[in-house]
Write a protein that binds this ligand. Structure first.
Ligand code: NAP
Ligand code: HSE
Length: 425
């Protein structure tokens, strides 16, 4: 099996290292030798994390996709401009594609899958979601007997790394982000990680496979973690919750919910214990019931593990594109965010004046929403009090109206923080 690689950074370098160090066990499973023929990079003189002495390096990536001897192209460059052109060219040349690039699939997956099916080549992307966790193979193959009810989890390693360190070490957001970048976890543009775009790409892929819909990335309600503060984390902890950045795809009566947002999860739930760069995806399905998939969500060798598993599938002819269950021409209605019903956490900064608490609770009462828990602390020299409230189940539209009403009142001192609470099992 002759392989061409586009990109020898964190993931590409990891692929070469794992193929080299585990060559005997990989060959035991594939039954053939994998030969890395050529790799496209931006700068052939750059120092790499892997040994490239037996691979031809080129600064012309089209040399890889047009190479006559190559059977499979690993697209590990990232982005969705040049990467799309290269993948299209490779498919048109009859080459199988393996990619870790969720941005490419989120934005152009439907058309690329159609092209791959037309040209009868494989288009595989296990590494694009949750790093090394084989969640796509779990949904497409392991759970193929099931109707999937929901898929929910931590699907961005950088975001989880940041939230974990903010909680455990009280570290500064920017400082932890720099560390995640140095470790190779973050996207080239780290706002993709922080603002939930990367997780939304991944969620749209999971939903396509779980529910048999086209990729609907633009329909994912997306909220990042950049506005989560130490105050939120402290109050959530006091109420028995941990803040996690979740991607949630759920089948409901009117279609599917697709949402990515910070979420309070009860400390008693397993997902609350998933820390650092680790990811976890909880799947509810009708035959198996609840199953949980856990592992490293980013990093060189962890991601390489998923890339090489796809290579094994191609060699063993195991996965036709069809088995993934992705219907690239079928749309399922995505429910409007306003209609989504959830419990919520609100954090307020209010003037610590007599009767303020009853004014706050009065606003909830006016909207017919009951309060589950409330804590109040007087924290600053300006005599402002922090109040944290959790609600009963309420529509997003109603809780947004409550937020607006509080922000319009004379006792309010800051924007009200509003975070979903999710009951995962
Ligand atoms: P990276 O470390 O930045 O590596 C990108 C590689 O692509 C580099 O080797 C770079 O060459 C090469 N490249 C960039 N532009 C090029 C161009 N115009 N022509 C030729 N080569 C070019 O990125 P990465 O972290 O490995 O990520 C690669 C892909 O995997 C992305 O789609 C990412 O979202 C995805 N992914 C990453 C992880 C992770 O943990 N990092 C996990 C899962 C999925 P030079 O080295 O010469 O600059
Ligand atoms: N930037 C991504 C993350 C890489 O942190 O999860 C893995 O897809």
């Amino acid at each position: 099996m002759k392989v061409g690689i586009l990109g020898l950074g964190t993931v590409g370098g990891g692929v070469i290292n794992v193929l080299q160090k585990n060559s005997a066990s990989i060959e035991r499973r594939t039954g053939v030798q994998i030969e890395l023929v050529i790799a496209g990079v931006r700068d052939v003189t750059k120092k790499r994390i892997c040994d490239t002495s037996n691979i031809k390096l080129t600064e012309d990536p089209f040399e890889v996709v047009n190479h006559p001897d190559i059977d499979v192209v690993l697209e590990l460059i990232g982005g969705f401009g040049l990467a799309k052109e290269l993948v299209e060219a490779a498919i048109n040349n009859g080459k199988h594609i393996i990619t870790a690039n969720k941005a490419l699939i989120g934005n152009h997956g439907n058309e690329l899958m159609k092209l791959a099916n037309k040209k009868q080549v494989r288009f595989l992307f296990e590494a694009s979601v949750a790093g090394g966790i084989p969640i796509i193979k779990a949904l497409g193959q392991g759970l193929s007997a099931n109707n999937i009810e929901s898929v929910a989890g931590i699907i961005n390693g950088t975001g989880n790394f940041i939230l974990t360190d903010m909680k455990e070490k009280g570290r500064d957001f920017d400082d932890v982000l720099k560390e995640a970048q140095a470790l190779g976890y973050a996207e080239e543009d780290p706002t993709f990680d922080i603002e939930g775009i990367d997780a939304a790409h991944k969620l749209s892929i999971l939903a396509a496979i779980a529910f048999g819909t086209e990729i609907q990335f633009s329909k994912v309600y997306t909220q990042g973690i950049s506005k989560i503060t130490t105050e939120d984390i402290l109050h959530a902890t006091e109420l028995g919750y941990t803040i996690k950045h979740l991607g949630i795809a759920k089948r409901v009566e009117d279609g599917i919910e697709l949402r990515v947002h910070p979420t309070l999860v009860s400390n008693s739930q397993l997902i609350a214990q998933v820390d650092g760069v680790m990811n976890a995806v909880l799947v509810k399905s009708d035959a198996l019931g609840t199953s949980l998939y856990y592992g490293a969500g980013a990093g060189d060798e962890a991601t390489a593990s998923a890339v090489i598993a796809d290579l094994n599938d191609i060699i063993n002819n195991q996965t036709s594109n069809h088995i993934l269950g992705w219907k690239s021409q079928e749309k399922i209605n995505v429910v409007d965010n306003d209609a989504i019903v959830s419990e919520f956490f609100l954090r307020l900064l209010v003037s610590d004046i007599k009767g303020v608490l009853s004014k706050v609770t009065g606003i909830f009462n006016d909207h017919n929403v009951s309060i589950e828990a409330l804590i109040q602390k007087q924290v600053d020299e300006n005599k402002n009090a922090h109040i944290a409230i959790t609600t009963d189940r309420v529509s997003t539209k109603t809780v947004m109206n409550i937020k607006k009403a509080i922000e319009a009142s004379d006792f309010n001192q800051a924007e009200v923080q509003l975070i979903h609470i999710e009951l995962l099992d």
